[in-house]
Write a protein that binds this ligand. Structure first.
Ligand code: ATP
Length: 477
């Protein structure tokens, strides 16, 4: 089954099998906003829990918090988002369509051969790094880039566009203050740095982790759940002694890459991309990229050495001391920070992309195929499906006994309708790693058939061993 348009197939599959729906679909949807269905929500939660435990349980010196989405407006002045959280944009005068300059040039670069592509991306990054908007516009004109809608190259000048959503807080009209929906979760950690350090008696180095929603008014919102206007981030800020940042930066790059591989995704599907243009707060930064179908390598996570930028700025704007007393050094300092920042939705998309497999199962006599989601077992939305072979002879009752035994330990699914083969296929499509069939032999010797999703192999095991077997296979650590 040749497949040139795998992402489209994955997106269609996500909808058909209850992973991801367009938000407010009955009203024709809301652009770049998505809802997770019954299977997507389970998958997302499993990834989220896995990240949380990896951070807060496997590291004695990392604790988790849950800060509010709304923050004092000065937060965003201090963080630099009011002044710097901009993307250079260009409009096509004929279609009135607005583009992000880097996306426009990157899309053109994708049509070139590898060497030309690299040269162009390097040039673009250089111009972006120098904020040379005139140079970028000249580049777009020289390349003859046209608007996909109007087909013309009638461009405006390049301008900056702030990505934060603002809203009003306060009950009396006219009395309201503008507050922003947070564009990243990190600032909730920075402003709570001393609260956590003091109440938790944390000693440097230590980390604060958080999972939560973030909002960005992305102009070119495309690519399904890759780039959304409302999304979720999993961020960890690691507070360290100034001067040790390079060693911790390398440590977290490696630690995060190891974590990625435990999602059941092989190393060759990942890449590190070092930033040429550093954000205003960073002294080193890289992206962990995943090789998406059709697109190639794209960012999933950022690892950033943020210096003492954020804490120093909050200290300056709030006029409150945000220093740490280092008892070994016998001095006060503003800690440096290494940040790991991963998009939960992008991770879901990565896991979906890696899992989606079309298999041709045709034999000489019969054409056959299946779509199977080969999720790592610990991430699969449903771990075990239980099928009585028929609806009678007491088989459903025995199947329900197994459901009762397993249900408290992991997500199970019961079905008695249709032929077993059809039931297997439906579970393959949502990535259930194990299916158990209860048949007449079960009534005699208390054994069942367990079927493995990827190999499709079946084996006969005692029914009272099912729970242990599944628990063993879905164990994360
Ligand atoms: P990009 O260059 O793709 O816009 P970014 O460099 O601005 O991403 P960061 O600010 O470093 O992203 O955010 C950290 C992570 O949050 C990203 O690696 C990504 O996984 C996720 N993320 C950022 N923006 C979005 C979005 N609009 N939709 C979904 N996930 C996002």
């Amino acid at each position: 089954m040749a497949n040139d348009n795998k992402l489209q197939d994955i997106i269609a599959h996500c909808k058909e099998y209850g992973f991801v729906f367009q938000s407010s679909e009955i009203y024709d949807g809301l652009q770049a906003v998505y809802d997770y269905g019954q299977n997507g929500a389970e998958l997302k939660k499993n990834i989220k829990d896995y990240w949380w435990y990896s951070m807060t349980r496997l590291h004695d010196n990392i604790v988790g918090i849950d800060a509010a989405i709304f923050m004092h407006p000065t937060t965003w002045k201090a963080s630099g988002h009011v002044d710097n959280f901009n993307d250079p944009m260009i409009d096509n005068k004929d279609s009135k369509k607005r583009y992000r300059v880097d996306h426009l040039i990157e899309a053109h670069a994708d049509t070139l051969d590898e060497a030309e592509k690299k040269a162009l991306i390097d040039k673009m990054e250089q111009l972006l790094g120098a904020d040379d908007f005139a140079g970028l516009k000249t580049l777009i004109e020289e390349l003859g880039i046209k608007c996909g809608v109007s087909g013309t190259a009638n461009w405006t000048d390049i301008r900056q566009f702030n990505l934060m959503f603002g809203t009003q807080m306060g009950s009396v009209a006219g009395d309201a203050d503008v507050v922003y929906l947070r564009p990243e979760t990190a600032q909730g950690i920075f402003v709570n740095f001393l609260n956590v350090q003091k109440t938790g008696r944390m000693k440097i180095p230590f980390g604060i982790a958080q999972i939560g929603k973030a909002f960005r008014n992305e102009i070119v919102a495309r690519g399904f759940i890759f780039r959304m206007r409302e999304f979720e981030q999993m961020e960890m800020q690691y507070f360290i002694k100034p001067g040790t940042q390079m060693e911790w930066y390398e440590f977290w790059k490696e630690t995060r890459m190891k974590w990625h591989k435990t999602l059941g995704i092989p190393q060759e599907q990942y890449n590190f991309h070092d930033h040429v243009k550093l954000a205003h707060y960073a002294d080193a930064a890289c992206d962990i990229e995943y090789n998406f179908p059709d697109w190639g390598f794209k960012e999933v996570e950022g690892v950033h050495s943020r210096t003492d930028f954020d804490l120093s700025r909050h200290q300056e704007f709030s006029k409150k001391k945000l220093t740490y007393f280092d008892t070994e050094e016998n001095k006060h300092y503003v800690p440096y920070v290494i940040e790991t920042s991963i998009g939960l939705d992008r991770t879901v998309m990565m896991v979906l992309s890696e899992a989606y497999t079309e298999e041709d199962l045709s034999t000489e006599d019969k054409k056959d195929s299946r779509v199977v989601m080969k999720f790592a077992s610990h991430l699969a939305p449903i771990k075990l499906a239980v099928f009585p072979l028929t609806k009678k002879d007491g088989l459903p009752e025995v199947a329900q006994q197994l459901m009762d035994e397993c249900r408290p330990h992991f997500k199970c699914f019961y079905e008695q309708k249709d032929a077993i083969g059809k039931r297997y296929r439906r579970q393959d499509a949502i990535g259930t790693p194990f299916c158990v069939t209860i048949d007449h032999q079960t009534l005699e010797d208390k054994t069942v058939t367990i079927r493995h999703r990827d190999s499709m192999e079946q084996e006969r095991i005692p029914m009272d061993k099912v729970k242990e077997l599944v628990l063993e296979k879905i164990r994360q650590f």
